[in-house]
Design a protein around this ligand. Structure first.
Ligand SMILES: [Zn+2]
Length: 374
């Protein structure tokens, strides 16, 4: 195994201490040292450096318990920010998050997507005005992540999508922003909101259910993109071979055909939240549809679990609506468990609702900032 040198060790320790401070408010150097199993002098030096860099501040002293009172430290939440922009077929969502990943500003506007330079220039103008309205110092913004409903090619010049009915390949027009930006797939971006929320290196599968169906596979806290970057495209997994329903990709029987929020909107003839209102009011058509929907979802979750044997987090605006129906979903999963594996894994609900993709796209840059910290 390759040896790592002292300066690399110091960088690793610095990131761990900053992550610890992001998760724990008002802590002392001895507390950090004990919890992270580091020496007090090491913690002392690094915390002082973080203070000098303007990321951490001294917030007074601990209440007296007899001996010398230790100084308390906390992260300066408005020291670093990032922007996230979610672009979809019919709307845009703009968010700003601080270094802790908390949303400090958010706006949603209706705007029909179009594949031209003017559209992206409008996005930039709106984003600038949005930052101004938010009162956030633009100097603290480290980047802007842009989430789109589609598969982005490796050199960020185009993406395949169904956002335009007559076109699969959509060109990416570069932004003129002064700070870095990146385009991200909406499933990946939504998953990032979940990945970075706990600062834990856990394994799970994120299953995004909204107008699109997608997701991501997370191992040790990192998203596994796969050789061609389409790992986690669960919407294109075939769950009904032989069925004639056609996915927007051209394939038949794909999960998207049954689990997109579009299907719910077709049944209730209105926005997807009306579906749940009608369902709860006892509408028989909605009940019949939802019965099939939960069976299809159970089948997809079962397949995903067989592949990755980890918790499955349901996200996206439809996924986060499913909390009351989790016990029913679990029962259907048990019926599929012919091997009687009695999995210890759980189906969970994501922490972010409508803003998940925007928050994740913004957190991409917060994470980049933490990783590149020297
Ligand atoms: Zn498909």
């Amino acid at each position: 195994m390759a040896k790592i040198n002292t300066s690399e060790v110091r960088k690793i320790n610095k990131k761990s201490i900053l992550r610890y401070l992001l998760m724990n408010e008002d802590v002392t150097k001895p507390q950090i040292a004990a919890d992270l199993k580091l020496s007090i002098p090491t913690v002392g030096l690094i915390v002082d450096e973080l203070v000098q860099q303007g990321l951490v501040e001294n917030a007074g002293v601990q209440a007296s318990s007899g001996g010398r009172r230790a100084a308390i430290y906390r992260v300066i939440k408005d020291s670093v920010h990032a922007c996230g922009i979610e672009i979809s077929q019919s709307h845009q969502i703009y968010v700003i998050v601080n270094i802790c990943g908390e949303i400090v500003a958010s706006e949603r506007i209706s705007k029909q997507f179009s594949d031209d330079r003017e559209y992206i220039q409008d996005v930039e103008r709106y984003r600038e005005d949005f930052v101004r309205r938010s009162g956030v110092d633009p100097q603290t913004i480290v980047g802007a992540g842009i989430s789109v409903q589609g598969l982005i090619n490796a050199d960020q010049t185009s993406f395949s999508s169904h956002m335009l009915d007559n076109q699969r390949k959509i060109m990416i027009y570069p932004l003129t922003d002064k700070f870095p930006y990146i385009y991200l797939n909406d499933g990946t971006a939504s998953c990032m909101s979940e990945c970075y929320a706990n600062q834990e290196e856990r394994d799970f599968v994120y299953l995004m259910l909204s107008r699109t169906v997608g997701g991501a596979i997370v191992e040790n806290g990192d998203i596994w993109h796969g050789v061609d970057s389409f790992a986690g495209e669960f919407g294109h997994m075939c769950i009904h071979p032989g069925d004639d329903k056609i996915c927007y990709c051209g394939g038949k029987g794909h999960a998207w055909c049954y689990l997109s929020s579009d299907r719910l909107e077709e049944v209730c003839d209105g926005p997807y939240w009306n579906f749940f209102t009608k369902l709860e009011a006892g509408d028989s058509e909605c009940r019949k549809f939802f019965d099939r929907f939960l069976d299809d979802l159970a089948l997809l979750v079962y397949n995903v679990r067989m592949m990755h044997n980890s918790d499955v987090v349901l996200g996206g605006y439809l996924g986060t609506h499913l909390k009351p129906y989790l016990p029913d979903l679990e029962k259907r999963l048990q019926k599929l468990d012919h091997l009687y594996m009695e999995s210890k894994t759980k189906v969970l609900i994501g922490q972010y609702d409508l803003e998940a993709a925007g928050v994740g796209a913004a957190r991409y840059f917060i994470e980049q900032f933490i990783v590149s910290l020297s």
